[in-house]
Design a protein around this ligand. Structure first.
Ligand code: SF4
Length: 398
């Protein structure tokens, strides 16, 4: 995740310490020597609680449907897993799916995670949030709820595979806001919906959302079938420029919305290059923050982990084709610290393995080769260049 509000506008957010270090919000001039190594960094765990989902989104990475899936973790399995995650001291647990609120024991397990001291966030399609559900989410102690929208009205409904999904999700946002829950919008960028960005900005402002996350497309699950809908590189740059301009406009109005981009660490370098043109001093500070963060080199398999509904551990939620172990057989803490798996070992020391333009790129220490599973899906080689890198050859040379 790239915190654009922090990097481009210099505004601090509560989760900055996770991305830019314990003192990231106070001391941005700190050098990269303060960063934990790939071995000592604990991962944010994305737990796919269940594959079941009441919608049928075109880019769903779990290829979910509204049905039972055999072999998912029992409540006892899940409780044991949560205890291990708490003892391992992961920085945050993201409950995801499928649709996590469709899990029959969602609140029981979320309450158990909170009791164990885990920092909880929720990723949901928002359509199942009635007033009572909103109240229980707030009382459970979620620090943040992200709700997916991929456009307004019918455009969103086409992405989500159900008529009325937009209105239902919007009602969910309003109910959460009504109980004081921190809530934000998740938007996956594609050719089909990039033109709707101005309306999305408007929606975020009108509904008083606290955060917005712009996701780059990852070609995984059903997302692999719409890889052709990924933005052209020039369009990605244009989108980033629009988001930056909006962030600056919000800042001038003193409106606090945390703006993040997700699943493409090239964005950090792009912001740095933009800043370098107009404000070299701030650009240098941003370079240090990005270096501390490490980009993709500290994401999949290092600072991000996924446990799927059956207990299989993956380097991230999009990398379902690689399984590192199963929490029914071994605790997550053991699976994650056992580097005998060649992929995990590679991800923990990936910079020397990068090939092609990523291998020779001058921005490797900041970008970390971006998103490896996208390279794998596009080429069959996890160390090939990330096809979503939109920097020019001139920009990466030197
Ligand atoms: S070439 Fe590779 S390492 Fe360099 S910015 Fe692009 S994705 Fe990142």
């Amino acid at each position: 995740m790239i915190n654009l509000t922090k990097l481009y506008c210099g505004l601090d957010s509560p989760s900055d310490p996770l991305r830019y270090g314990p003192d990231g919000s106070r001391d941005p001039g700190r050098g990269p020597e303060a960063a934990p190594t790939a071995r000592t960094r604990k991962p944010i765990v994305v737990w796919t609680m269940s594959r079941r989902c009441n919608l049928h989104c075109v880019h769903c990475y779990t290829d979910s449907e509204n049905r039972d899936y055999p072999g998912e973790l029992t409540v006892d399995d899940a409780r044991r897993m949560l205890e291990d995650l708490a003892e391992f001291r992961i920085p945050a647990l993201l409950l995801s799916g499928g649709e996590p609120l469709a899990h029959p024991h969602f609140f029981e397990l979320a309450a158990e995670a909170a009791r164990l001291g885990l920092r909880l966030t929720l990723s949901t399609n928002g359509t199942l949030i009635d007033a009572e559900t909103a109240r229980r989410i707030r009382e459970t102690g979620f620090t943040y709820v992200g709700i997916s929208f991929d456009g307004l009205g019918k455009v969103n409904d086409q992405f989500r595979g159900r008529q009325g999904a937009f209105e239902a999700a919007l009602a969910g946002v309003r109910r959460l806001k009504a109980v004081g829950q921190r809530v934000g919008l998740r938007f996956t960028l594609t050719r089909r919906n990039a033109a709707a960005l101005p309306q999305i900005f408007e929606l975020v402002e009108r509904e008083g959302m606290d955060r917005v996350c712009f996701y780059h497309l990852v070609y995984s699950g059903r997302g692999s079938r719409i890889a052709v809908d990924d933005l052209a590189h020039a369009d990605t740059r244009d989108v980033l420029d629009q988001i930056c301009a909006w962030a600056v406009a919000l800042e001038s109005l003193d409106r606090r919305v945390e703006i993040l981009t997700v699943d493409n660490h090239v964005d950090g370098v792009y912001l740095y290059l933009k800043l370098r043109e107009g404000d070299p001093g701030r650009a240098e500070m941003v370079r240090r923050l990005l270096e501390w963060n490490g980009g993709g080199a500290n994401a999949s398999g290092v600072g991000i982990a996924n446990i799927d509904a059956c207990g299989n551990v993956h380097p991230d939620q999009f990398w379902q084709t690689a399984t590192l172990g199963n929490v029914r057989e071994r605790p997550f803490s053991q699976i994650w610290t056992d580097e005998s798996h060649p992929l995990l070992a590679g991800l923990r020391n990936r910079l020397p393995l990068l090939k092609g333009r990523c291998g020779r790129c001058r921005w490797k220490p900041l970008c970390g080769g971006s998103f490896r599973v996208r390279a794998l899906q596009a080429t069959g080689d996890a160390w090939a260049p990330d096809p979503a890198c939109y920097l020019t050859d001139e920009e990466i040379a030197g």
